[in-house]
Design a protein around this ligand. Structure first.
Ligand SMILES: Cc1cc2nc3c(=O)[nH]c(=O)nc-3n(C[C@H](O)[C@H](O)[C@H](O)COP(=O)(O)OP(=O)(O)OC[C@H]3O[C@@H](n4cnc5c(N)ncnc54)[C@H](O)[C@@H]3O)c2cc1C
Length: 419
């Protein structure tokens, strides 16, 4: 297609769906067709399973799929971060080997970045990769790895040069998660869920061809993955809903979504559930309390302002404008909203807010909110780190003094960490 006219794109897609959508195909067979046609990821390049369409036309494409009740390619989970990173930095061999199976949903992925001693200080990672005759050998530990327990492949950031400065001594690998040297242990959180894992590598192997970019490019490539992670947060929610229709292909999609979304099922609670505040105040008879009403009003104003900020960021993106300060502000504001909502839920429910399970209000949902909200101030960069970013990059304040230049081997670190 040479044109990007919305009506023509819709008409062409409608024709294609009419000719090809078949509820009796298997999910993988259907998705292979979608990959061949470019309609699964129409904003991707033509050379790699796309149609070079502008991102602004994606909602129209989505609507046509919904109208035809047609299933899309696999679009949820960390596999999409893998795809975005490989599209930008992977070799043609990486793209040919991995992209199709990401879109058909046959492979799942996880992101092996954070470590026990390097969360905020991600560039301080000490998981090591040393080269041998067959490629690379990995030793070390990762932490907080969402979905590692069912991942086929991992995006791994590991240190390859201890004499280079911190940020330039790391490399980026694709690692097979199903091999013997990779041990995945789930972590139980205080809200009762187990969404994350710690992952131990003991002489795990990475073949030479699974290095992404060049040795020493790890930091730059990891930044691409993280930028997509921030931008994709909305897509994760939008596409995390299964189709309500009857049929084997829908059942297969529902099973996939249930598996991939399982670690995220408490995420609405970690955002504070502002949507429940009014109904909770009504059902508990607390709506008339003048002091509580003040707190509720403050929360609603903050929450609405945060929505408008996010809306402004989305509109700027659709209009093709460069990313402004909204991303960093939005993350920090989300923490404030979540904490304020948790506080108001506590005021409304009183001591009952502490009751978990069937004993608590809404079958323990309010307790789950209180126990999940602290994660908002940590995940994806802590509030303190967001303030540093806003101070240095948005307000142009003097940068924090750095103590970590020079060879990484000599950078002062917690003595329990490897050298
Ligand atoms: C719900 C959730 C999901 C997550 N998902 C993933 C995931 O999928 N993949 C992944 O790799 N990681 C994930 N993480 C890990 C997350 O990125 C880290 O927990 C986070 O970056 C903080 O790192 P840390 O836990 O090592 O804390 P630390 O970095 O040790 O920080 C401890 C405290 O020190 C403060 N601090 C640190 N440095 C500074 C500084 N320079 N200035 C001021 N204060 C500072 C921090 O703000 C914090 O209060 C997740 C975390 C959570 C809670």
């Amino acid at each position: 297609m040479s044109t990007h006219d919305e009506a023509e794109v819709r008409a062409e897609l409608r024709d294609w769906l009419r000719a090809h959508w078949d509820v009796n195909r298997s999910l993988v067979a259907w998705r292979n067709l979608l990959v061949d046609s470019g309609w699964g990821m129409p904003h991707w390049p033509r050379a790699w399973h796309g149609r070079d369409l502008p991102v602004a036309l994606l909602p129209a494409v989505e609507e046509e799929f919904e109208a035809a009740q047609a299933v899309g390619v696999a679009r949820i989970g960390i596999r999409l971060l893998a795809a975005a990173t490989l599209l930008e930095h992977g070799s043609n061999a990486h793209k040919a080997r991995f992209l199709r199976r990401i879109l058909t949903g046959e492979d799942t992925w996880c992101q092996l970045f954070s470590e026990p001693g390097s969360g905020s200080d991600l560039a301080g990672a000490t998981t090591r990769a040393h080269s041998d005759s067959d490629g690379w050998v990995i030793n070390g530990q990762k932490l907080w790895t969402t979905s590692a327990h069912h991942a086929d492949w991992g995006l791994l950031l590991a240190r390859t040069d201890w004499d280079a400065p911190k940020h330039s001594g790391m490399s980026y690998f694709i690692i097979d998660m199903t091999q013997p040297g990779v041990e995945v242990q789930p972590l139980k959180q205080m809200n009762g869920h187990a969404s994350f894992n710690q992952v131990f590598f003991t002489d795990a192997k990475v073949p030479a061809e699974n290095l992404v970019g060049k040795t020493g490019d790890g930091w730059k490539i990891a930044m691409t993955t993280l930028a997509h992670e921030r931008r994709n947060a909305d897509a994760l929610r939008r596409w995390g809903h299964a189709s309500p229709y009857a049929g084997a292909i829908y059942d297969q999609e529902r099973a996939e979504i249930a598996t991939v979304m399982e670690p995220y099922k408490w995420y609405p609670q970690r955002a504070g559930r502002v949507d429940l505040i009014m109904s909770r105040a009504r059902e508990t008879g607390r709506l008339a309390d003048p002091a509580l009403r003040q707190d509720m009003a403050r929360l609603m104003m903050l929450s609405r302002s945060a929505e408008w900020l996010a809306h402004r960021a989305r509109q700027a993106k659709v209009a093709g404008k460069p990313e402004g300060p909204e991303g960093s502000l939005g993350k920090l504001v989300a923490s404030h909203v979540a904490r304020a909502a948790s506080h108001v839920h506590t005021l409304i429910s009183g001591a009952d807010a502490m009751l978990a399970g069937a004993d608590g209000p809404h079958d323990g949902l309010i307790a789950e909110i209180l126990l999940s909200v602290p994660a908002t101030s940590i995940a994806g960069g802590t509030d303190e780190i967001q303030r540093n970013i806003i101070g240095e990059r948005v307000l142009d304040l003097p940068r924090e003094p750095r103590m970590d230049s020079g060879p990484f081997r000599d950078v002062p670190r917690n003595p329990t960490r490897g050298r």
